[in-house]
Design a protein around this ligand. Structure first.
Ligand SMILES: Cc1cc2nc3c(=O)[nH]c(=O)nc-3n(C[C@H](O)[C@H](O)[C@H](O)COP(=O)(O)OP(=O)(O)OC[C@H]3O[C@@H](n4cnc5c(N)ncnc54)[C@H](O)[C@@H]3O)c2cc1C
Length: 285
């Protein structure tokens, strides 16, 4: 449980941080450290240099920017769970944030660190996919905006390149009058990571489901958008039959279904349809 030696750098500005990782693409950014430090102690990660961005105020914000809500990469899960702009305008994010880990994890872990780490059992990926969010990154390739749907690419693997930093998550503001959303997680009891979780966001217009977005965590080797579930509900009245049919397609878009000590493949398939049905029922209640 002792990490290998490393250099520690603490830039005073975002520009300095970007320069440091451009100059040294092998350097690792340190945000909350809740995923990186354990990985270093287990020697799953042995970066020669850590660039500490945890105190950069330029990354620590939540702002209503008109058409979207901007969340700095350094915003903690706890800040997102309780921020008035989030709870009132994008409640899906607030619901999910308050289910992450425990109070210590929520007060230190950051949205940027979580999505860069891309644990398939983490909460943010499916939520950001369902909310149609965009991830802004900067660094070696200049500023890029990557839709959340394209950001999560594999097992602990994202579209983020070497020498790049996540700066902001941009979440479109949905129409409050028609918005229906929910996040349902079946959590591993010790860590609270998702064995299966489903994020749902849609509009209910004239009694029909429209702009249906559904995504899952904890099922495949990475979080995915469930277009089969969406297609089953789009344009439908939310009857019990329609919801059950949609939920039966929960795993159709998964690259694979994980099997581990906590849940076999069959059990996870079952959990996926259960959390999907619960999320749809909750959103449409
Ligand atoms: C006991 C425990 C329970 C947990 N339970 C949950 C849970 O229920 N749900 C859940 O989703 N998570 C859970 N987590 C994970 C927690 O949310 C972490 O905080 C999060 O995954 C990583 O965020 P961090 O800020 O700590 O990042 P770090 O650990 O500092 O960094 C993680 C990775 O992201 C990179 N990184 C950090 N910031 C950036 C950035 N701005 N741009 C590019 N790369 C960056 C780092 O270089 C590193 O590779 C748990 C963690 C613990 C310890």
């Amino acid at each position: 449980m002792i990490p290998s030696t490393f250099d520690y750098k603490r830039p005073g500005t975002l520009a300095e941080a970007i320069q440091l990782i451009k100059d040294d693409p092998g350097a690792k950014l340190l945000a909350g450290g809740h995923s990186l430090i354990p990985a270093m102690k287990l020697r799953l990660n042995a970066s020669p240099t850590l660039v500490d961005i945890s105190r950069l105020s330029e990354l620590n914000f939540i702002r209503d920017k008109g058409k979207f809500i901007g969340i700095g990469a350094g915003a903690t899960h706890g800040a997102i769970a309780t921020h008035k702009t989030i709870t009132s305008k994008v409640p899906l994010l607030a619901h999910a944030a308050e289910l992450i880990g425990d109070v210590q994890v929520r007060n230190v872990g950051t949205i940027g660190g979580s999505i860069a780490h891309a644990d398939p059992a983490a909460d943010w990926p499916a939520v950001l996919i369902a909310a149609d969010a965009t991830v802004e990154v900067n660094g070696a390739f200049g500023e890029r905006n990557i839709p959340a749907t394209d950001f999560f690419k594999g097992f602990f693997y994202t579209a983020l390149g070497e020498g790049e930093i996540i700066t902001e998550v941009k979440v479109p503001e949905p129409d409050a009058a028609t918005l229906r959303c929910a996040y349902e997680k079946f959590a591993q009891p010790a860590s609270r990571f998702a064995l299966a979780a489903c994020a749902v966001q849609m509009s209910l217009v004239d009694g029909k489901c429209t702009n249906v977005r559904v995504a899952f965590n904890g099922i495949g080797s990475f979080s995915y958008r469930a277009t089969a579930v969406e297609a089953a509900l789009e344009g439908q009245a939310p009857s019990e039959d329609a919801i059950n049919l949609a939920a039966s397609r929960a795993c159709d878009n998964a690259d694979m279904v994980l099997s581990d000590n906590f849940a076999s493949e069959d059990y996870r398939r079952h959990l996926a349809s259960v959390v999907c049905r619960r999320a749809l029922n909750k959103a449409l209640a």
